[in-house]
Design a protein around this ligand. Structure first.
Ligand SMILES: Nc1ncnc2c1ncn2[C@@H]1O[C@H](COP(=O)(O)OP(=O)(O)O)[C@@H](O)[C@H]1O
Ligand SMILES: [Mg+2]
Length: 403
């Protein structure tokens, strides 16, 4: 189900929610059409997403990729379509294989590293895109290397043949939490959510301590590992992430007087983000709370709200968030969730979350509930029970059916 939102006259529906914060320069790009209901589709399906409307926040960001040089010794150019089987890279090279997904900014392909044979994902964005952001995303991956849940970065730079791509190469991961949620009939157990939460908090802590805010927390952007690594959760898509400096955000927010267009996905957006306030770590944490509740409850009360005009829909979602107390949202769930959400909502703009305490509270809850973190997730249980395998990789598994 998609929510609509208003942002400077533009809105895009991306992965079951709305992503906003689109600068005017994207108006033309948006005429490509909208992605609808991608995240609620069944996961075992070959389906390439239709051209998506890009949410952009890093527009204008300076990409300073070391490897982002022109020229080089790339072989045969791919022509005008993102066809399979061409080579990208300079310091290291990858063969670009089949298209697996159309992202908000470009296309996502499976690939393989030429020297090592490692499986990778290659993200391509046309250099003449209205608001290129992929090299900035590559830089963020580069800066975050080694952190928990950060995919291995292989290369970021330019492909300087027609039609001139910006390129990002990262490790190939498994299905997203949204894919797996659909596989599990849109409901996760407390155990699965606690095991995910534990890792998600670590991931966000690392990102925040590296002075970034993520700004697009949603189940589609968290992927499981592959092979021997299926117990770990990874985060992808730093397209909306941004450098964050404590103090600076506070100063800027008062001088800008809360007039930023919202950035993120409506369904999981914090109330501060709805109000157009400058985002900070607290907003990532509030969004995380909404994600956990979505996974536990199977839905959020503001899903599917639709008014005649997009501004009204956006306002209605915000109103629904404002008028739904944490207690009501978390009815029937352990009290820890309501108190977490209240904590996240009450945080000051410049406050760093107490990640350790958050994890400890949920760990204590697990203990009381007799839950062991044995990394047997609902999708593992489901697979054992039904024998229906979630085909963990193969690009065909990446797509989502439109609902
Ligand atoms: N490293 C990866 N391994 C496997 N699948 C990936 C990887 N990166 C992205 N994907 C798939 O492509 C989708 C879109 O990629 P993402 O980086 O989130 O771009 P967008 O900005 O379009 O949301 C993800 O939701 C996921 O399904
Ligand atoms: Mg994404």
């Amino acid at each position: 189900m998609d929510e609509t939102v208003m942002s400077g006259g533009l809105q895009t529906i991306v992965s079951g929610g709305l992503q906003t914060g689109l600068p005017d320069c994207l108006q033309t790009a948006l005429s490509d059409g909208l992605q609808t209901g991608l995240s609620d589709g069944l996961q075992i399906a070959v389906s390439v997403k239709p051209a998506a409307s890009p949410p952009v926040a890093n527009c204008g960001a300076n990409a300073s990729s070391d490897d982002a040089q022109t020229g080089g010794d790339q072989p045969t150019p791919p022509g005008n379509t993102p066809a399979a089987d061409f080579i990208v890279g300079r310091s290291v090279k990858a063969r670009v294989l089949e298209l697996i997904n159309r992202g908000s900014f470009g296309t996502i392909h499976r690939g393989v590293m030429l020297e090592t044979g490692e499986d990778v994902v290659v993200k391509l964005e046309k250099q003449k895109a209205p608001c290129p952001q992929l090299l900035a995303e590559a830089d963020i991956y580069r800066h975050l290397q080694g952190g928990p849940g950060i995919p291995k970065f292989f290369w970021g730079g330019l492909y300087d043949y027609e039609p001139f791509y910006n390129v990002l190469v990262i490790e190939l991961l498994g299905p997203s939490i949204q894919d797996l949620f659909a596989y599990c009939h849109h409901r996760f157990t407390l155990k699965t959510v606690l095991m995910l939460a534990d890792q998600m908090v670590d991931i966000l802590r690392f990102i925040h301590e590296k002075h970034y805010i993520y700004r697009d927390i949603k189940p589609d952007n968290f992927l499981v590992g592959v092979g021997a690594d299926t117990r770990h959760i990874y985060v992808v898509d730093f397209g909306l992430a941004k450098k964050y400096e404590r103090g600076r955000a506070l100063r800027r927010s008062s001088s800008y007087h809360f007039c930023h267009p919202m950035v993120g996905t409506t369904r999981y957006a914090s109330l501060h983000a709805h109000r157009g306030e400058e985002q900070s770590p607290r907003d990532d944490m509030e969004s995380l709370g909404y994600v956990w509740l979505y996974l536990l409850r199977g839905n959020l009360p503001w899903q599917g709200i639709k008014a005649e005009h997009k501004d009204e829909t956006f306002a209605a979602v915000k109103e629904a968030k404002l008028s739904t107390t944490s207690e009501r949202l978390c009815e029937g769930l352990p009290a820890e969730f309501a108190s977490y959400l209240d904590y996240a909502k009450r945080m000051k703009m410049d406050e760093m979350p107490n990640y350790k305490k958050i994890k400890a509270k949920f760990r204590a809850l697990a203990e009381v509930e007799g839950i062991e973190y044995d990394w047997e997730y609902d999708w593992n249980v489901q697979q054992e029970k039904t024998g229906v395998e979630f085909r963990a990789r193969g690009l065909s598994d990446h797509g989502h059916e439109s609902s």
